[in-house]
Design a protein around this ligand. Structure first.
Ligand code: AMP
Ligand code: ZN
Length: 112
């Protein structure tokens, strides 16, 4: 667990969250400020700050993608967007890597 990391505190149960799916390595929980009818965050339980750091851990990388796939499968979602904001310049505000999974409304491309 990293010091002063909000999502490490979510994993530890110190910060309340709507936990939707969980295994030994990953957690899926509801985004507190949803931007679509479906908006969840998928995180590795072990701290990585961003996708580059996550990529150095092959097991956690695969676990996060599997958790995304399992969540959308269980929800019956076929059309969804997966976003890893990486760097403050594009809007990363929590530096514990997380996949946003968004669905349930039309989405434009390119993203804003
Ligand atoms: P990002 O801006 O890509 O780093 O995404 C951080 C996301 O975390 C935002 O969509 C926030 O709404 C969400 N968020 C922040 N605090 C919490 C929390 N306590 N529980 C759930 N989601 C949160
Ligand atoms: Zn963390």
């Amino acid at each position: 667990m990293a010091d002063d990391c909000l999502f490490c505190s979510v994993v530890a149960g110190e910060v309340p969250a709507t936990r939707l799916r969980e295994d030994d390595d990953t957690l899926v929980f509801a985004d507190i400020d949803p931007q679509a009818p479906v908006h969840v965050l998928v995180i590795p339980k072990r701290h990585s700050r961003d996708i580059a750091e996550l990529a150095a851990d092959a097991a956690d990388s695969a676990a996060v993608l599997r958790a995304v796939a399992a969540y959308v499968r269980d929800q019956g979602l076929t059309d969804y967007r997966v976003v890893f904001n990486t760097g403050a310049g594009v809007g990363q505000t929590v530096f514990h890597v997380h996949a946003h999974v968004l669905a349930g409304r039309p989405m434009t491309w390119p993203p804003g």
